[in-house]
Design a protein around this ligand. Sequence first.
Ligand SMILES: Cc1cc2nc3c(=O)[nH]c(=O)nc-3n(C[C@H](O)[C@H](O)[C@H](O)COP(=O)(O)OP(=O)(O)OC[C@H]3O[C@@H](n4cnc5c(N)ncnc54)[C@H](O)[C@@H]3O)c2cc1C
Length: 380
Amino acid sequence: MAKQLKIVIVGCGIVGATIAYELSQNISSDIQVLDQQPPAQGSTGAALGVLMGAISVRVKGRTWKLREASIRRHKTLLAELSEQGYSIPHTSGIVSLCFDEDKLPRWTALKEKREKQGWPLEIWHPAELKKRCPQITLDSPEAETPTETRRVKAAIYSSSDGQVDPVALTNALVTAAKVRDVRFHWNAEVTQLEIERQRCVAVQTTQARLEADWVILTAGLGSAALTQFASEPLALIPVLGQAAEIQLPKTLGLKDFQPVINGDDIQFVPLGEGRYWLGATVEFPSEDEALEAQADGIESLLKGAERFCSAIAQAKIIKTWSGLRPRPVGQPAPVIKPLGDTENVTLATGHYRNGVLLAPATALAVCELLQKSDRFTFSP
Ligand SMILES: Cc1cc2nc3c(=O)[nH]c(=O)nc-3n(C[C@H](O)[C@H](O)[C@H](O)COP(=O)(O)OP(=O)(O)OC[C@H]3O[C@@H](n4cnc5c(N)ncnc54)[C@H](O)[C@@H]3O)c2cc1C
């Protein structure tokens, strides 16, 4: 029997877990995943899991291709995992509110484009929005001049987008990959890649040295430190996101229509029985202030959401949390490519604000890169 090639995946957030699962279905190799913590503790553990595919403004190029491939695969992935017995909380549909009349022509153009691409969108005028989402406050005080009012001018609805619980999805992928013989090592911090003539021959962890034929770096913000030896080291910055879980006296809106609502870049995610996630702030590092969660971040989220859904004024905060998103410097997110001139190290990281959405397309792209190397045998 031919020797199985050893693939080592560094990092088990949503990206590492999805790659491990997809590779285990398509390739006959010895796959190991290393993480310095248990799974889904990094950026993934803080994410809201909103999947903005068809409703995003991108209509062409790499970003749209990745989004489209991802929304396609998210659907089949959930069905596939459900068949295997995993139940993953998710929400169907996203409604995005438009407060600016000048933006309406862009939404109309997007709707036309998406129709041709096979991803229908609906544009609702305020009366239709009120019918479909009675929880939305159509007129609210202006933030800067509270005596004046601001009106929702329209809403755009995508039935093909939605939300998925990122931690539940990651854990399900890990368990499903284990069933396919992928081995996971927790509390295994990778300290170094051992390189010989442009090839990574082993991965050094705090626990052991693992030989490797191929290494995939999916360590989120931790990826950059592991690339400093390379001809083109990776640069990432952390972008803080704060979020909250709130409880309302009852579930808002229509019982059988509970989409994610997006207003002013604040996501309002229904979880059932009056519980919601609200997020997330987007806070960049600065020279004079430490990048830390502050109470005013959550306050501004609540105030912002109250402007389009006044019932949020009655919310009780159940919990708050924050996380750091890995944002690439000098190149667009995400980074999916070989590391510099190394022959067998693939970067699959830097997903910034959309790692949960883009994990399936990332896994697909990594499979393609491995396939191109001609070293692996893929199942037909
Ligand atoms: C508040 C917030 C809200 C968000 N909302 C959304 C959303 O709605 N939709 C969406 O698509 N995205 C969202 N994101 C972004 C998303 O969370 C990230 O893009 C995504 O989680 C990145 O996944 P990852 O697997 O690459 O990284 P991570 O989840 O950070 O995983 C990396 C893993 O690598 C491990 N690691 C790091 N260094 C090492 C090392 N040296 N050795 C071993 N292991 C290591 C870490 O322990 C970690 O488990 C949000 C992010 C935040 C913070």
